[in-house]
Design a protein. Structure first.
Length: 86
């Protein structure tokens, strides 16, 4: 799995990431990174808790395409699903 884009709010704070085509919140992505399921990123500890950062020789997460959470149609960010479950 790999990170393709990041979801940001109106103040450009990262709210989540698009992992292999699916939007996920930051805590869920941290959990997957800690388990070793996402390549190119590692978990770091900071004053505000755990966060993820790109490993050397991988693109920085800040350089990923940013999409506003109000434009994302996913239940993760309060939108509706684009396809029905069957």
């Amino acid at each position: 799995m790999h990170i393709q884009a990041r979801a940001v709010d109106s103040k450009q704070h990262t709210q989540g990431y698009k992992v292999s085509g699916r939007w996920m919140t930051r805590p869920n992505v941290v959990r997957l990174v800690r388990r070793g399921r996402i390549r190119g990123v590692g978990v770091r500890s900071g004053k505000q808790g755990e966060f993820i950062a790109a490993l050397p020789d991988f693109p920085r997460l800040y350089d990923l395409p940013a999409m506003n959470t109000s434009k994302i149609r996913s239940r993760v960010f309060g939108g509706t699903r684009t396809r029905s479950r069957r």
